[in-house]
Structure formats: C-alpha cells, structure tokens
Write a protein of this length. Structure first.
Length: 482
C-alpha cells in the first residue's frame, strides 16, 4: 500500500481493518448520485436527499456504524445541506407507527418480566413442539387468524405475535445474550416476520394501507371490497403460508429441528409454574384489552398506537412494569431512533417528486409491449422500489395510481391489475428491516444479523412473487378476475 493511501486511510487499514473502506464506499456512492444531473420534473433538494438516503442505507448495511448513529448521521447531513428543513427531517418521530413500534417493545418486556410469555410458550410447545416447524406453523396460523380483525401489521405481528415468539425462543434456550440465537430463535423470528406480509395481503382489513389501495381502485372504476379481496387472495396466500416454514428450514435452519424432548420439559415447567400470578393476570388483561381495541378500535375512534399507549399506562400504573427498566431497554430506543430517521429521509424523497418521475420513466419505456409482459415488468419495478420506502402507505400513495394507470393504458384488465398491485403492496413488506411495521420490532430483538435479514428478505421476495403470480394467476382466471 502506498504512503498516500496509508496517510488517507490510517494505520488500521494497514492492519487489514476494513472499517475505513466500509465508511468511505457508501459516502462515495452517495456523492456520485448527488452530482448526477437532476431529472427535469424532480426537485433538486429531493435528488440530493435521494443520494443521502442511499448513502445512509449503504453505510448501515456496511456495518461501519450502528443503525441509530448511521441513520441519525444521514438525517443530520440532510439538515446541514438544506436538503430537508429540521422540521421535515424529524417528522418520522411524529409518526404513529414509530411510537407503536417503541411501545410494542415495552409490552413485549411485560410478557417476559411477568412470565406470561413463558406460560403461553410452554402451552404452545406442549401442543406443537415435537418439531421446530410445528412451532413455526403455530406462529404462522396465529398471525393468519388474527389478520382479518387486527388492521395493523405492526400491532398484530409486532404487538401480539412477537412477544410469544421471543418467549418461545427463551423457553427453548435460544437467547441473543449468550450467543444461542441460531439455536431456534433466529428461525422463529424470521418465520414470524415473513408471515406478516403474506397475512397482510390476504384481507382488506389486515393492513392499514389496504383501504387506500382499494380507494384508488374505485377511481379507476374497480370495486375491490372485502369479499372480493379475500376471495382473490385466499388461495395464493394459504399456499404461500404453507410453504414458508418449510422453505425457511432450508435457507435459515435452526440448530435444533427435533424438539420432542421440549414437550415433556414444557409440561413439567407448567406444573412448576402453578396458578397465574397477579402480574400475569394484569398482563393477560392488558393483552386481551389490546386485542379487542386493535380489532374494534375504529368503533371507539381509537387507533392502534393510542390503544398501545393505553395498555402501557395500565402496566405502569399497576406496577407490572417500571419506567426505569423501560429506559434501560436500549434495543427499543435504538430502533425508535433509526426508524424515525428512515421515515424522515424516505418521506422527503417521496414528497420531492422522485417516485412520480420514476414511475413515468418506467411506463414510457414499456409502450409497444404486450400487456402481460408490461404488467410483469411494472409489477417487479413497483415491488422492488420498496427498498426506498419505509412505509407501505407512502409507496401506495406515491406509486400505486401511476403504475396501475400505466398498466391499464397498455390494455391490461383493470380489476386484475388493481388486485395484483394491492396484494403486491403487502408482500413486498418482507424485504428489509424497515419495510413493514413489525420489521423494526423483530429485527431489533437482535436474533438476526442485518446481512441475514436482507438475504432472507430477498429470497422470500422471489418466493412470494412466484407463488402469487403462478398460483394466483390460475386462481384469478378461474374466479373471473380477468
């Protein structure tokens, strides 16, 4: 290595420490995008912000800096360079979903502290625990049965399913702290997360942004009501869910597959635990109340985040949880910091016209193609554009109509296109650690590395697309969607 390189990169690089390279390469990539000519319809600030956003994601993925510090760095650069005002930069911390994620961590702590999570876990193990995939199917179908009535993926998978999964992992001796995450916890967390996008796609009421997609459909003369949505999604969705635990066994297998001995252990532990303690009863009351509020909160004009806050206050007032111990949950606060920052950056890019320019550029390049080929290309571009969004609602708002209108203009059946893109607006949620409400919660538990999370996310994006476009297209033809 030359003296100049030595001076620039420092002694650590001479010792084959690649930290400097991991820090420099994302910055260089961001600067290259920054100095490219700004496309005509796009705001110059939004283009600069896009370069900061991409540089920030690459910086975090490189492992050169922690998640919270890296995203906060990106947000600070955006403010200093005036790509965003301070108020717009920190708008992510005003988001209901950001606060729901933070409170979900606190509620999960309640499950662990009181022992209720352990009790439920032992019950599940005693019934389904002979094989690791048996537990996985229990998690998947718990999510499925909750999905029609809990209209928030973050509340359902992050607030209800995640605490059970974490407790299951602990009960089977798989913890992040002692290096046993791969024993079974990683597998269960990945299955639980990857089921969330699928179940969200299966019902109109399973994800908060689904009614927005249906509303856009009405603007094109397409009625995608609850029965039509469920009827069209049920077959590809169920096939997708059935394949999930089996495929996950192949690509991210647990170290223990046969957990038959855990069944006997679980039954013994349940006997030892005896009757429910007062703290467990308080936690049970909170859990059931949250489930009711998340199912029927709209009747009382209570959103998912408000319901979660009410539950947290109950746990604090009943001394089930202590505020000081919640302040010590570094994972929760770290996730809160980086997710709020990602939302601020992504919203700035979206508001600046980048998605609209991108959609029109893609659509104009497809003129002359047959509609099935054009729809496939549009769908794939729309799907993987989610790498640049931290919210399904934001992407639906920015890209859904332009892409769907482009497809119908090329001759594609309107009902088929609206349904396809509506389902796609959910199943793309499994690709990153910020792509769907439960993602920051489950990733934040620490069982899965960032590299592994993105690897599995990409593999399952391909699996999901293949299932919905193959099984789905046959089913949709059979029911007359096109």
């Amino acid at each position: 290595m030359s003296e100049i390189t030595y001076i620039i990169l420092g002694e650590n690089c001479m010792k084959k420490d690649l930290a400097s390279w991991r820090l420099l390469l994302p910055i260089i990539a961001g600067l290259l995008i920054w100095f490219l000519p700004t496309p005509a319809p796009v705001d110059a600030q939004a283009w600069a912000l896009l370069s900061i956003f991409i540089g920030t994601i690459l910086l975090v993925m490189s492992g050169a800096i922690s998640m919270g510090a890296g995203t906060l760095l990106g947000l600070t650069v955006a403010v200093v360079t005036k790509a965003l005002t301070f108020e717009r930069a920190f708008v992510g911390y005003q988001s209901k979903i950001t606060w729901l994620i933070l409170v979900a961590f606190f509620i999960a702590q309640g499950f662990l502290k009181t022992g209720l999570g352990k009790r439920i876990s032992y019950l599940l193990i005693s019934v389904l625990g002979k094989k690791s995939y048996g537990l996985a199917y229990g998690i998947v179908f718990a999510d499925f049965f909750l999905s029609p009535v809990v209209p928030s993926a973050a509340a359902r998978s992050g607030g209800l399913v995640f605490p059970i999964v974490q407790s299951l992992s602990h009960a089977l001796g798989s913890r992040v702290e002692d290096g046993t995450a791969k024993k079974i916890g990683r597998y269960l967390i990945l299955v639980a997360f990857q089921s969330a996008p699928i179940t969200s796609a299966m019902f109109l009421t399973a994800m908060a942004a689904n009614p927005l997609a249906a509303k856009f459909g009405l603007e094109l003369g397409v009625t995608l009501d609850w029965p039509t949505w469920a009827y069209a999604a049920i077959v590809p969705g169920l096939v997708n869910l059935m394949l999930l635990p089996v495929i996950m066994l192949k690509i991210s297998p647990p170290e223990i597959k046969d957990t038959q001995s855990a069944v006997l252990h679980a039954k013994k532990e349940l006997k030892k635990m005896g009757k429910m303690s007062r703290a467990e009863k308080n936690m049970s009351f909170c859990f059931i109340s949250l489930l009711i509020l998340w199912c029927f909160g709209s009747v009382f004009h209570i959103n998912a985040t408000t319901a979660a806050l009410v539950g947290l206050i109950f746990l604090l007032l009943s001394n089930t949880l202590k505020w000081k111990e919640l302040l010590g949950l570094s994972i929760a606060w770290e996730t809160f910091v980086w997710f709020g920052a990602i939302i601020g950056l992504a919203k700035g890019v979206s508001d600046g016209g980048v998605p609209d320019w991108f959609a029109k550029m893609v659509a104009s390049s497809l003129s002359g193609l047959s509609w099935p080929v054009a729809v496939l290309i549009l769908f794939l571009v729309y799907f993987y554009a989610h790498y640049f969004f931290a919210s399904s609602t934001a992407q639906i708002g920015a890209l859904f109509l332009p892409f769907v209108m482009s497809a119908t203009a090329l001759g594609a059946p309107a009902l088929l296109v609206v349904a396809l893109f509506a389902f796609g607006s959910n199943i793309f949620g499994g690709i990153t650690h910020y792509s769907l409400g439960p993602a920051p919660i489950m990733f934040g538990a620490g069982y899965v590395s960032l590299k592994e999370w993105w690897r599995v996310g990409f593999i399952f994006s391909v699996v999901n697309i293949v299932v919905w476009l193959s099984i789905g297209s046959v089913w949709w033809k059979f029911i007359g969607l096109y």
